[in-house]
Structure formats: C-alpha cells, structure tokens
Design a protein around this ligand. Structure first.
Ligand SMILES: Cc1cc2nc3c(=O)[nH]c(=O)nc-3n(C[C@H](O)[C@H](O)[C@H](O)COP(=O)(O)OP(=O)(O)OC[C@H]3O[C@@H](n4cnc5c(N)ncnc54)[C@H](O)[C@@H]3O)c2cc1C
Length: 579
C-alpha cells in the first residue's frame, strides 16, 4: 500500500489509480484460508482485474453516478403513464461492469462465468464483490437482489417460472438481462412484516395484487418478488404469499402498478429506491402460497450476508483512504502516519477491517458447504448471517467516520470518497433488518434452531486445527474466552424475555468478537506456517485483548504500534513482535 508521495503539509494524497486488490495483501491471504487452492489460483486474474477497475474507471463512474441520481419519468409526451427510471450513463456503465463484465449476479447460478468450469463458489464471489464494492456500494443492492431472486426461484419456483425468468436474471448479456427487486416493507412496518396490508385476489384464475409498498430499491426493475396476503388468509407472517410481479405482461402491456415517487436518500444515491402502488397487478405465485415469508427469508438472508460483505468492503476502503492520506500528508514536521494517536486509530481500523473480512469469508465458505448438503454448515450460516449483518454494519459506521476525520476538512467534502463511504455505511444498519431486529434474530437462530451449538462446535474445531507453536499458546487463551462467551450466551438464552432482548445487542458484540478472534487466530496460524510472518497472529492477539477481553485502553501496551506499517502493508512481522 506504500505510496511514493513525500509527506508534506500541502499534499492531498489520493487512492485513484491504485489497484485495490494488489494493494491489499490481507485479502489474498485470508482467501487462501477459506477457499480451495485451485479456486484461489483461478480467481487471481479476476481479482486483479476487479482491483484495477475499482481503483480506476469504477471509482470515477461511482462518483459521477452518486452526484447524478436516477430520476423518475412518470408520463410520456402523450400523457401516458410510463414510470420509467432514467439513469445517468455512468450508472449504466457500472451496470455493464457489474452484471456483464464480472457477472456477479450470474456466477452462483451458471457454469462458465469468468471462464469458471462450474459455478463460482460463494467464497470467491464474496472476495471479488468485496473489491468491487470498495468503489461502488449502491449498485450492489440490485446485483444482490437479482442474484438472490434467481436463487429463490431455483429453490421454490415452478418449472415454468424458472424457465421463463432464471436464464434472464442470470444473463451476462446486458441486452438480455432482467433485474429483480424485493418488496416487503409497507408503511405498517419493515420489521413487523406480518402487519402488511397488501392483498392478493384470484381474478379469472390469475392472482392480482392491490396495495402499497413503501420501499422498493432498484425501482423500475424487470421483476419484483413481493409479499402479499391472499384474501381470507390468516394474519401475521403465516398468511403471506410470495408473488413474482413482472414489469411487463406476456402480451407486451405494462403490469398494473405505478411507481409513485423516488425517495431522496442520504446514501446509496446512484441506485433508485421508490414507492409502489399496486392496482390489481398480476403476480405469479412462487412456491407454496402459504410459505411466502419463509421463502422470502431465504432471499433476505442472502442479502444480509451480502450486506455484511459490503460493510467489510466499506471498512477496507476507509482504511485504505486513511493510510494513504496519513502517509502522504504531514503536520508538525512529521507524516500523520508517524503521530502516535493517528497510529492508534489506524491500528484499530486494521483490526476491524481484517476481522470483518474474516467473518464474511467464513460465512461464505459455510454457505458453499451448506449448498453442498451440510446441515451443520446450514446452521452455522443461519446464526452467522444476522450476526455479521449486525456487527460488520455497525462497525463500518465508526470506521468510515474515523477515516473521514483523518482526512480532515477534505474528508467532509464530496469531491473525496469519505462522505460517500460514511453515508453508505449508515444504510447497511437499516435495510434488510434494522440493527435491533438482526440482533434478536441471532437469539432466534439459537433458541429455535440450536444454531449456536453448531457455531461453537465449528469455532472449537478451528482452534483444534491450529499447529504452529506460537499460535497454539495463543489458541489456549482464545479457548478460555470462547468458553466464557458461550456460558454468557447460554445464560442469556435462558433468561426472561425482558432481559434477553435488552442485552442482545451487547451479546452480539461479544459473540462477534469471539468469532472474529478465533478466525484471526486460525488465519494467523496458517500464515505462520505458510512463511508469511507473524503479523496476523499479532493482529489476532491485539483484537482479542481489545474486543473480547476488553482490556482498559489506559492500561494497554502500545508496543504493537511499532508494527503498524507492516500490518497495514501485510509485510512480514518477526516472531519477536509477539514478545
Ligand atoms: C434506502 C432504503 C432502501 C430500502 N429498500 C427496500 C426494499 O427494496 N425492499 C423492502 O422491502 N424494504 C426496503 N427498505 C426498507 C427497510 O428494510 C426498512 O426500513 C427496515 O427494515 C426497517 O423497517 P421500518 O422502516 O418500518 O422501521 P420499523 O420496523 O418501524 O423499525 C424502527 C426501529 O424499531 C426497531 N425495532 C423494530 N422492532 C423491534 C424489536 N422487536 N425490538 C427492538 N427494536 C425493534 C428497529 O430496529 C428500528 O430501529 C429500504 C430502506 C431504505 C432506507
């Protein structure tokens, strides 16, 4: 990550033109810990290309698209309703990159994307996406929803629906591509989905939908997966059905809904979010009519995982910006990077971003195994998904804020990326389940499915696999902490509802810290054995002390600051650093 700039008070260093993959030694090492070796080798040229693109044209396009959000054209010149979303050409170009060139929405569904022999594993998709999102966050919502809509249709859709829509949702031919949106939230609530009021009625043997949806990202999409209650069905989530609502009907006419307006948003501005009004819109039932909500949960969970990945990407970009700036900019005769308090902040950003990536790749690996039939991994994914959504999105807000602060006044100016990173970071904690809601879902995954048992078992087996001498002694300390967190978690599950819910956010902070500590320690062991030095193990130990043991910062040893440059660059750290 080192830059050639000589630090000066006049310098305003930029990351533009850097390769966001090759600048990130940690990504490749982490990927090696969770992906099969042949997949890593196959992914390398693509990671390099996404990294180049993210530091060059994608970053420029993203800034333009953010400054020129899409607009809604409601009527044509004859006064007919068209409800067309008009994008800036920069966004269209980004769509081509995301959907066609890199094939993100297609790679889990068809063989041959990026020249892969079969389908690209989730863990590789997440690594590639992580690099892309460092420059463009907004577009990844449509990409993820299109990807997850194809998944839901493949899992639950009738053969006819699959045949009609899956090939186009997963097309890398831009002219063929259909994109998807997801419609749950109504005025009555995004968290309390069971309170929704949209109704579906059978008219002449066809399901038609009436009612309003208060939020629709990727407004103007070709298809929408929407929840609505068939007339007469019971209340709550149990009575909801899932419908595929196409924009165009088979006879070429527009479906019967209007897009009332596009929302003005704090972040994610390149991508349209609108309000919909169904006026008897045609919908095709997906799966069992009384299983709409559990089926939608599949889509939401994949999107939540993707949100955790996006938060990790925002953290990484925030770190990159801060480190490049701090190295190039001087104050009081020294590079900012040399100033002790700046070093402390950068160190914390390194720890946070490496932990965030570790837990994302861990979950993606488990998702690959779950898709391969592993029930154990299905449970690991079940609990890790809301945990990641909670923890990564929450921490990304802090990291993006510190990065902005480190750029000083320029950080607050829209010509630099920091303001966009901060705005986007806040969204991750709201959509697809607000922070409290996902924290409570972690408890639900444990109490209903016993998913925490699988997670703790998995973490213990990762500690059992540790072999290098230094990591083995580190693992002993981690094991003790993990056991303590497990006891706390089980105690809370057994507590009364009032106490359990009130403490669940704090519990998720602790649980996420435990998971990340185990993963970083295991990665550290791997890196020692691969001859990559002791940097990751040092980071793992520091992470454990700060976030799991919660050592008083005023009592902490700052000796680790000596290795900041190496940790930022992924350069070798000697065993002596561990003391
Ligand atoms: C930019 C943007 C795009 C969006 N795109 C879409 C989309 O494409 N499709 C879609 O369906 N929705 C979309 N949403 C909606 C989003 O998912 C909801 O806003 C979100 O789920 C919260 O629902 P709500 O706004 O109704 O808030 P509420 O459900 O009213 O929640 C308000 C607060 O109460 C808290 N809360 C709720 N229940 C509990 C509880 N039991 N215990 C403790 N706290 C609780 C929540 O955590 C939250 O902080 C989008 C939102 C935004 C901002």
């Amino acid at each position: 990550m080192t830059t050639m700039t000589t630090p000066s008070n006049r310098a305003m260093p930029s990351t533009r033109g850097m390769n966001f993959f090759t600048a990130d030694a940690n990504l490749l090492r982490a990927l090696r810990a969770y992906a099969e070796p042949e997949d890593v080798e196959r992914a390398l040229p693509h990671l390099e290309e996404v990294g180049r693109c993210a530091g060059e044209e994608l970053d420029e396009l993203a800034a333009i698209a953010d400054a020129h959000p899409p607009v809604l054209r409601t009527h044509d010149r004859l006064g007919q309703r068209v409800d067309e979303v008009v994008y800036h050409p920069a966004y269209v170009e980004m769509q081509r990159l995301g959907f066609s060139k890199f094939g993100f929405a297609a790679m889990s569904h068809r063989a041959g994307v990026l020249g892969w022999p079969g389908r690209v594993p989730h863990v590789v998709k997440f690594a590639l996406s992580y690099v892309f999102v460092q420059s463009e966050f907004g577009l990844f919502c449509p990409i993820s929803m299109t990807d997850s809509a194809a998944r839901v249709l493949r899992m639950f859709g009738s053969p006819e629906l699959q045949e009609r829509y899956v090939p186009r949702l997963t097309s890398t031919e831009f002219s063929e591509l259909m994109q998807s949106a997801q419609l749950l939230t109504e005025r009555t609530g995004g968290s309390d989905v069971g309170a929704s009021e949209c109704v579906a009625r059978l008219v002449d043997g066809e399901w038609r939908i009436w009612g309003e949806k208060w939020f629709c990202s990727n407004a103007g999409a070709d298809v929408h997966l929407a929840l609505a209650r068939p007339a007469g069905a019971p209340g709550g989530t149990k009575g909801l059905g899932m419908f595929l609502v196409p924009k165009m009907l088979p006879d070429g006419s527009r479906n019967r809904y209007i897009i009332r307006r596009l929302k003005e948003k704090l972040g994610s501005r390149s991508m349209p979010t609108g309000e919909y009004e169904f006026e008897g819109a045609t919908g095709y039932v997906v799966g069992a009519i009384d299983r709409g909500f559990p089926q939608m949960a599949e889509m939401i969970n994949v999107s939540r995982l993707s949100n955790g990945m996006r938060a990790a990407a925002l953290m990484r970009r925030s770190l990159l910006e801060a480190a490049v700036h701090a190295r190039g900019r001087a104050a009081f005769g020294r590079a900012l990077f040399e100033l002790p308090l700046v070093r402390e902040q950068l160190l914390e950003m390194v720890l946070d971003s490496e932990a965030a990536l570790a837990i994302v790749l861990f979950a993606a690996q488990a998702l690959d195994r779950a898709d391969g039939g592993s029930e154990h991994d299905e449970l690991v994914v079940r609990i890790t998904t809301p945990l990641i959504k909670y923890a990564n999105c929450r921490r990304a807000r802090w990291t993006a804020g510190i990065s902005m602060n480190l750029r000083g006044g320029n950080g607050y100016i829209e010509e630099w990326v920091n303001a966009r990173l901060l705005r986007d970071a806040h969204l991750g904690s709201i959509w697809e389940g607000a922070e409290n809601v996902v924290a409570l879902d972690v408890a639900r995954a444990a109490s209903r499915n016993g998913a925490h048992e699988a997670l703790f078992r998995e973490l213990e087996s990762r500690l059992d696999g540790i072999r290098s001498e230094e990591a083995v002694s580190e693992a002993a300390a981690v094991r003790a902490e993990l056991a303590r967190v497990r006891r706390q978690f089980e105690r809370l599950l057994a507590a009364g509802e009032e106490e359990r819910e009130a403490k669940m956010a704090a519990m998720c902070d602790r649980l996420a810290a435990a998971v990340c500590t185990v993963l970083l320690t295991a990665e550290g062991d791997r890196e020692v054995r691969a001859g990559d030095g002791y940097g990751k193990l040092l980071a793992a130990r520091e992470y454990r002390r700060r976030y799991l043991e919660r050592v008083d910062p005023l009592e902490a040893d700052v000796a680790v600051h000596r290795w900041l440059g190496e940790l930022v660059d992924g350069a070798p750290v000697p065993a002596s650093a561990l003391g």
